[in-house]
Design a protein around this ligand. Structure first.
Ligand code: NAD
Length: 248
């Protein structure tokens, strides 16, 4: 059964990692996929090919999710190319970890702008389309760190906690038009974002995971399938942890 047949999804930051896995699972489940990343590079081109080979309509765009103007243009172009948007997945994100003592203002500002402002930019640009359609699902990529906090990640934790407040507010603003908004809080997922963490930090994370393994990008993508599909039509304003039961 193809759970997303007939739907069009927009995914930010999909050239690699979790976003890429979501794009592939969405296509496998029948969705047309418009995705963005900072540059139109080989990763974007190869993903575009891979999705089209599955038999759906797919296109990659160079767009900076942290830029208001870029995001407006991106969504306008997607509408011209695809004609509708049923699911918006705000996935783009970065880390610039440091203890507060050593954190620069630039690293604070950058993380808030890319992780949190991007969610405002894309949701604002997409809401009028979903309002006209009187349906839609918005999925925002938060983190367990946004729920629990984490030393050395105060900028990242603040951005991801901000996403949760935004998600719950938008669920209340748009719910009467059948537009749902939820956040996913992944735990420790193996991607390039986590590849460079020191071994002792990784070992520390592993101790806190009852399922005794790191998460995969597909673990997170499967939750996105649930939230983007009609399996979750009565789920809104929630934070769904995908973290192997992790207790921080
Ligand atoms: P990743 O670094 O592997 O991929 C992130 C992608 O976003 C990259 O392709 C990057 O180029 C793109 N990107 C960065 N800034 C962008 C911008 N301004 N506009 C458009 N694209 C941009 O990261 P990932 O591990 O796949 O993480 C994806 C999301 O999941 C992030 O929001 C991250 O915070 C969140 N997350 C990851 C983990 C984890 O353990 N990996 C845990 C919790 C939450």
């Amino acid at each position: 059964m193809k759970l997303l047949q007939g739907k069009t999804a927009v995914i930010t930051g999909a050239a690699r990692g979790i976003g890429r896995a979501i794009a592939i699972k969405y296509a496998e489940n029948g969705a047309d996929v418009a995705f963005s990343d900072l540059r139109y590079d080989d990763n974007v081109a190869s993903l575009e090919k891979e999705l089209i080979a599955v038999g759906v309509k797919a296109k990659g765009y160079a767009s900076d999710a942290s830029s208001y103007e870029d995001s407006e243009k991106f969504i306008e172009t997607v509408m011209a190319d695809f004609g509708r948007i049923d699911v918006l997945i705000n996935n783009a994100g970065i880390t610039r970890d440091n203890l507060l003592m050593r954190m620069t203002e630039a690293d604070w500002d950058l993380v808030i702008k890319i992780n949190l402002k991007s969610v405002f930019n894309l949701t604002k640009a997409t809401q009028r389309i979903m309002l006209k359609q009187r349906s839609g699902s918005i999925i925002n990529m938060s983190s367990v760190v946004g729920v629990e906090g984490n030393p050395g990640q105060s900028n990242y934790a603040a951005s991801k906690a901000g996403i949760i407040g935004f998600t719950k507010s938008i669920a209340q603003e748009l719910g009467s038009r059948s537009i749902r908004c939820n956040a996913i809080a992944p735990g420790f997922i193996e991607t390039e974002m986590t590849a460079n963490l020191p071994e002792d930090v990784k070992a520390d994370w592993m101790k806190d995971i009852p399922l005794r393994r790191p998460g995969t990008v597909d673990d997170v993508a499967n939750m996105c399938i649930f939230l983007g599909s009609d399996l979750s039509t009565y789920v809104s304003g929630q934070v769904l942890n995908v973290c192997g039961g992790m207790q921080l």
